[in-house]
Each structure stands twice: as C-alpha cells, then as structure tokens.
Unconditional design. Structure first.
Length: 148
C-alpha cells in the first residue's frame, strides 16, 4: 500500500477535521498516513515515493491559510524538484464568495506547473451546498485511495 502525507491548511480547524476523516479512511484501505499541519518546504521531498494529499480551506478572499501558504510560496519561488510527485487535492470553500475555490486552484496549479501529477479530480467541499462534508470526503477518498 501507499505512504501518504496529508498537508493541512486550516484557519479555524475545519480542514484539519476533514483531513482526519481522510486519514482514517485511507488507513482503513491499508495505506500508511501522516498528518502535517505545519508543513515545511522540505516535507515536499522527504520521501520520493510518498504521495501528497493537500487538504485546506479557502478564505473568503480566496487565499490560502497561513499554515500552508509557505508551501505555496516555496513552489512558486524556489521551484523544488517535484516532477512526477503524485498528489491529490481537497479544498473547503464557500460558493457565496466570488473567489470560490481560488486557493485550491492556485495550489493545484503550482504543483502541476512543476510537473507533479495529480491523482483524480480535486474534491471541492462547498460550505453552502448543504451536503455532509465528512460523507463526501469518505466517498471521494474511497475512490481516490483505490486508484493509488
């Protein structure tokens, strides 16, 4: 099974809760999972075979939370060698803002621009949808985790 590092970006803790749901679901599929709420640039390349799962919220202004912004800045300023690195994206957003999912698109694009390979389509959890984000995460993780 795969080794997965979940990079968490959260302002009020909701993305961290979703990351914990994702981690539990992935462990249930037999994967080795670590949660990283204060990722440093070197964490991107700590294990060449490790898959990264980005799980972060999106501020109303479309910005990344402070605890994952250093990763984005490292990607866009230092251009780490992550070509071929596999990753996935879970973004918590709110469609009542015109910057809906902007942070998710920014981080996804930063990885793709360096040659990283996204696994599947991003999961975008809309706070206005009325859907259960935990159930959506479990369903998405089941499919995503099986494709690893």
């Amino acid at each position: 099974m795969a080794s997965i590092q979940i990079l968490v970006g959260s302002v009020y803790g909701r993305a961290e809760q979703i990351a914990e749901v994702a981690a539990a679901s992935l462990r249930g599929l037999g994967h080795e999972v670590s949660l990283n709420t204060y990722a440093r640039p070197e964490d991107l390349v700590r294990n060449a075979d490790e898959i990264l799962l980005l799980c972060h919220s999106n501020t109303g202004a479309g910005e990344l939370p402070d605890n994952i912004e250093p990763i984005y800045l490292h990607l866009t300023r230092d251009y780490p060698r992550i070509a071929g690195k596999r990753y996935g994206v879970i973004n918590l957003a709110d469609s009542s803002y015109n910057t809906f999912n902007e942070a998710g698109r920014m981080l996804d694009a930063a990885f793709a621009n360096l040659g990283a390979v996204r696994i599947g389509e991003p999961l975008v959890l809309d706070a206005c949808s009325g859907d259960n984000p935990e159930a959506q995460t479990r369903d998405w993780i089941h499919a995503w985790g099986q494709s690893l």
